[in-house]
Write a protein that binds this ligand. Structure first.
Ligand code: ADP
Ligand code: MG
Length: 273
């Protein structure tokens, strides 16, 4: 039984000047410090629309921080970051950059879905209510329209029969699939995944990866931090290896995994493969 998500066509409700023609994500010389800790040391990359980029690297290398910067959960200290042609967190007027107001930041974030290692569902809401919450509360959509879309999404993540279940009644893998459906309910143009299967029992990982695989097939642009090398190899269009706040190596997953060019990549892969 196949699942389908539609292609996340175009950019919903203009939150800016996103042109839809350039890269979906672009980073140029991105640096981030936590106090004296230099966590991102000049990140340059581009993610094309429809691309699935997987990011691997040792713990503490800055993978989560980079995703969080894309989604306004952290602020970069220097460099530039764009999502769909829009500077993240800034408006350009003439030569000058102005920090975005809260409302503009919220509009930008609405177009980006994020799924964390921990599922973070609202515990007092059913699966359906979790999925409906943001479209109704944030976007002010009618409950009837959102309900239909939410049912559809639950079906697509294989959880139709769990409509009325609370998170505590679901397995970790089911909760994570609800979390993915919840993010998709906002019709994002970009999905960020931060080790979405790392907290799951091994037998529950496959169902979540299947949902992500279908999302990729349907054309979603995705940046996926993961330790699932099989997924990276089969689903990823590109693979980035990060170490100590820098991109050490990137390329086609097959090439990076089978023929890493750098010693640090080789060392890392020899531990995880
Ligand atoms: P990864 O996801 O690759 O494991 P992180 O981006 O979580 O790495 O962390 C990179 C570095 O930044 C680590 O040394 C981590 O301890 C540190 N760090 C992350 N978040 C914070 C924070 N909010 N305050 C201080 N240090 C942080
Ligand atoms: Mg992390």
């Amino acid at each position: 039984d196949s699942v389908g998500f539609g292609s996340g066509s175009g950019s919903p409700s203009g939150s800016g000047s996103g042109s839809g023609s350039g890269p979906m994500v672009r980073a140029e010389g991105v640096h981030k410090f936590f106090g004296r800790l230099h966590v991102l040391r000049g990140i340059d990359l581009e993610v094309e629309p429809g691309e699935v980029m997987c990011v691997i690297g040792p713990s503490g290398s800055g993978k989560s921080t980079f995703l969080r910067c894309i989604n306004h959960l952290e602020k970069i200290d220097s460099g530039r970051l764009w999502v769909d042609g829009d500077l993240v967190g800034y408006r350009q007027r003439g030569e000058k950059l102005h920090e975005m107001r809260e409302r503009e930041v919220a509009a930008q974030r609405r177009d980006i879905g994020m799924v964390f290692q921990r599922f973070n569902l609202f515990p007092h809401m059913t699966a359906l209510e979790n999925i409906m919450e943001a479209p109704v509360q944030v976007r002010g959509e009618s409950k009837a329209a959102v309900r239909e879309r939410a049912m559809d999404l639950l079906d697509r993540v294989g959880l139709s029969e769990k409509v009325a279940s609370y998170p505590s009644q679901l397995s970790g893998g089911q909760q994570q699939r609800v979390a993915i459906a919840r993010a998709l309910a906002m019709e994002p143009k970009l999905m960020l995944f931060d080790e979405p299967t790392s907290a799951l029992d091994p037998e529950l990982v496959g169902d979540v990866l299947d949902v992500m695989r279908q999302l990729a097939v349907d054309g979603m642009t995705m940046v996926v931090v993961t330790h699932e090398m099989g997924f990276a190899r089969e689903v990823g269009d590109s693979l980035v290896f990060m170490d100590a706040g820098a991109i050490v190596e990137q390329g086609r997953p097959r090439d990076v995994l089978t023929d890493p060019q750098h010693q640090r990549t080789q060392d890392f892969l020899s531990k995880v493969l």
